[in-house]
Design a protein around this ligand. Structure first.
Ligand code: ADP
Length: 595
């Protein structure tokens, strides 16, 4: 993989199989006057020194020769880090000429980074004309952030021109979330994680059930945390003030916010190690900088716990997150009220060799705190290999059932709504064995309105669950989260009204689309429990591919996909229909063995 920035070049060669092993690593930086410094690691040995490359292009052109010199041959593909994928590139993408042209059009969004990334693509095509080239975008992981978090409240014409939150460090946030889930031993899909990447650039990401829900960097990598030389959050009113009071131009202000702000402006050093050293010696500016840095980071952790409605783990990474126990402690101190408390000894003795991800929370603390080295290069190599893996060519048919809004009731709920000892009356059997629709109905009531005569599905369950569509959520005036059945922690409440009484109960969800199947069909279709697949539903005119459809394998289940009425309307299908399953198309096994 090639990570080509504006002033440095990093290269890693990985053998990607079930695991990914880095067999060669090189970095080149400080290009000036016909030379640069370099560091190469191969076979456990590291060499450093000066190389006769005056710019990044020269170093790139020499790569095949350098690799041969280290007996690294037989490359299969080149994966490139591309910082900005805009709205268009939501996943890792194989590079052909039209794709490269499309990335070029995104240059105004990342004027420093994207041209450097594309230079690497261009030279790689020249020196390895027969190898496939793949782009892995920093922004792609954040393509799941909902409009409420990507949209700035600014004039429509600005938004139409492309102004919105994109977020960066996506490859790092994705990797550390996967690594944390692995360490915790739970599927990523069940976890609410705040990933805290503190390097020269710094950002926080709310990784909710495996997807980015919000992140602190915005349209550019300037928003959010205090960074080495970048300001992070400021009042946009400063543009007018500085222009009027100091006569500064927009370019001057922007340049200062990127290059002469953050730790550098507060302390004269952008390097946290030196800031911490000076603070320890009593430098008041360095002390204040550390306080601001920790405070801003802590605020984001609290905000994202609120945004996700829960928090299972905070993961620290990046040079500062990995190496500064005192900064980790400052950030976490004071968050005990939300179950987050670190163990000072564990925090002090973190060892990160060999992809370790030690947990440093206090014994009994509700929220895990994990430290791990980020591995963007490894992730780029893995994503590149996955993008080039052979795809299953033959779509398999699967029947599709449309679930209208319905409830599953617990015993106490049945009694509250219909009276003590009441038994629901099975009226219509459903396709899944043992399940039925009852002849009774209930009313749902929210702050905005009511939904009458909602179906009840039996048999009773331990927990009451109410499944509505997004449209129903607007009718009720309640924002229900998209969830897998049974994952009800932190879900909003709604009032259920029956003939004998009413109750306010949690468990209101928009059911995540899923496919029920049994072990035999799963094997025949190449599916496994927890896998996410794409399914095409509908005709040629209005049909859609529904991504991220969860496979649920259960003994005796009838193979059938369940979607809600909004999804059915979007694909223009009525009650039931047929879809075609494309099992290997970007299928991801959820139990997080990816890293
Ligand atoms: P980049 O974002 O450029 O990849 P890094 O992730 O390497 O940067 O992070 C660099 C930052 O990490 C610098 O501010 C550096 O001072 C800080 N850092 C590295 N080691 C330590 C340490 N032991 N204590 C405090 N800060 C550290």
């Amino acid at each position: 993989m090639v990570n080509c920035g504006s002033s440095s070049l990093k290269v890693g060669v990985f053998e990607v199989g079930k695991t990914a092993i880095e067999v060669f690593k090189a970095s080149y930086e400080k290009f000036e006057a016909g030379s640069c410094s370099y560091k190469i690691t191969r076979g456990g040995k590291t060499e450093t020194g000066e190389a006769a490359f005056g710019d990044i292009a020269a170093a790139l052109r020499a790569l095949p020769h350098i690799l041969r010199g280290h007996r690294v041959t037989e490359l299969d593909a080149v994966g490139h880090r591309v910082v900005h994928g805009g709205k268009k590139f939501r996943t890792t993408t194989i590079l052909d000429q039209p794709t490269i042209e499309a990335i070029k059009t995104l240059t105004p969004l990342a004027p420093l980074h994207n041209p450097a990334n594309l230079l690497a693509v261009h030279i790689a095509q020249e020196v390895w004309p027969n190898l496939p080239q793949v782009a892995v975008f920093d922004t792609a992981f954040h393509s799941t952030i909902p409009p409420r978090a990507t949209t700035y409240a600014v004039p429509k014409a600005w938004r139409d021109a492309g102004l919105r939150r994109f977020g960066f460090h996506g490859t790092s946030h994705k990797y550390v979330a996967i690594r944390a889930a692995e360490e915790i031993g739970a599927p990523l899909r069940d976890l609410q994680i705040v990933s805290v990447h503190l390097g020269n650039g710094a950002s926080v990401c709310a990784v909710s059930r495996g997807e980015s829900l919000d992140t602190s960097m915005g349209m550019t990598p300037l928003e959010g945390l205090v960074m080495g030389t970048r300001s992070g959050d400021v009042d946009p009113g400063l543009f007018g003030f500085l222009s009027r009071q100091l006569g500064m131009s927009i370019d001057e202000i922007e340049d200062a916010l990127y290059s002469n702000s953050g730790l550098l402006s507060l302390t004269n050093s952008s390097d946290m190690r030196s800031v911490e050293d000076r603070a320890a010696k009593g430098d008041a500016n360095a002390q204040l900088a550390i306080e601001i840095y920790a405070y801003r980071t802590r605020k984001y952790i609290g905000a994202y716990a609120a945004a996700m409605g829960g928090l299972d783990a905070v993961v620290f990474t990046g040079g500062i997150g990995e190496n500064s126990p005192s900064m980790r402690r400052r950030i976490c101190d004071g968050l005990e009220f939300m179950g987050l408390q670190i163990d000072h000894e564990r925090n002090q003795s973190v060892e990160l060799a060999d992809n370790a991800a030690p947990q440093i929370q206090a014994y009994g603390a509700k929220v895990r705190v994990i430290v791990t080295e980020t591995a963007e290069q490894l992730m780029i190599a893995r994503e590149t290999a996955a993008a080039l893996a052979p795809k299953a060519p033959v779509p398999q048919p699967v029947s599709v059932a449309v679930s209208a809004r319905h409830v599953h009731l617990s015993r106490p709920a049945v009694e509250a709504l219909f009276g003590t000892g009441y038994q629901l009356t099975p009226a219509v059997p459903l396709r899944q064995p043992g399940q039925w629709a009852a002849s009774e109905r209930v009313t749902l009531e929210g702050p905005k309105g009511r939904l009458e005569r909602v179906a009840i599905l039996g048999p009773e369950r331990p927990g009451t669950q109410i499944e509505i569509s997004r449209t129903d959520g607007f009718a009720l005036g309640i924002d229900a989260p998209v969830r897998d059945s049974g994952k009800l922690d932190g879900t909003p409440t709604v009032r259920l009204i029956g003939p004998a009484g009413s109750l306010e109960t949690g468990g209101l969800i928009v059911a995540a689309r899923h496919i029920h199947t049994n072990p035999d069909d799963a094997e025949r279709l190449g599916l496994a429990d927890g896998m996410l697949v794409d399914v095409h539903i509908g005709d040629e005119e209005r049909g859609l591919v529904f991504g991220k459809t969860l496979i649920r394998v259960g003994a005796g289940a009838v193979t059938e996909m369940h979607i809600d009425t909004d999804e059915a309307n979007a694909a223009d299908i009525r009650v039931n229909g047929e879809g075609s399953l494309v099992p290997d198309l970007r299928a991801v096994a959820v139990p997080s063995r990816e890293a």
